[in-house]
Design a protein around this ligand. Sequence first.
Ligand code: ADP
Ligand code: MG
Length: 260
Amino acid sequence: LQSRLQMADRLASVGTLGAGVAHEINNPLAYMLVNLHLISEGLDRLRSSSVAETVDPLHQVIRETVEGAERIASIVRDLKTFARGQQEDRLGPVEVSKAVELACKMADNVIKHRARLVTQFEPVPSVQGNESRLCQVFLNLLLNAAHAIPEGDAKDHEIRVVIRESGTGDVVVEVRDTGVGMSTEVQARIFDPFFTTKPVGEGTGLGLSICHGIIDSMGGRITVESQPGKGSSFRVSLGVAGSQVEVRAEPAPVPTAGRA
Ligand code: ADP
Ligand code: MG
């Protein structure tokens, strides 16, 4: 419980940060990026044998600055989504298979180079949620699954998406991959904002904390099982629409009776 409280706290503060700061950062960042591109193009035109010695190192500095700014821009995009996820969601009955199918379509290009995508959908009741937010969650899980599989082994690997009903009547969506898997140390930190094992520029480390925040706001749960070298399985469980006693608008710090 303590760690869930800390998580809710951390996520709430990321949400606040996202709402207040993203806009402030994004505007100057946007014109910085435009200016840097302009300067870089200018230097390209200037480049000649006589000034190359001055221009070349400068050019490298600018390229690195552009990369840094682009990375900040992508973090800001994620933070904005996260803030929105907490504040503007309308919850209602959602056919979870629709959100999953849309996410599969969106991830298709990335997945097809790395794995066969297998879907196994059992008929389930509608869940209490928000379709576009759920789609975002499944897209994140699918992209993470794809990225856990080395490119080029598509025939040897599988990403399986299962929709089924749990023993307690919740709707469960599982995203399983046969990728690299995770150590228990990594598993313990994956839902932390900004935790990533990906190289600089490739991951923001916000994907799973956003997923956690979204699923939490719908009163659901997201859990993981993984074995290094074997693969990982993410499980999202959601309450059936109409069965909720109370609908939470944001992650509640103290769970009340019923679903945890
Ligand atoms: P990002 O993808 O930007 O790194 P995430 O929050 O989506 O951020 O994921 C955090 C980390 O969790 C990843 O860097 C990776 O180490 C680990 N991870 C997530 N999904 C998987 C998966 N399916 N297989 C192996 N590792 C994973
Ligand atoms: Mg990710």
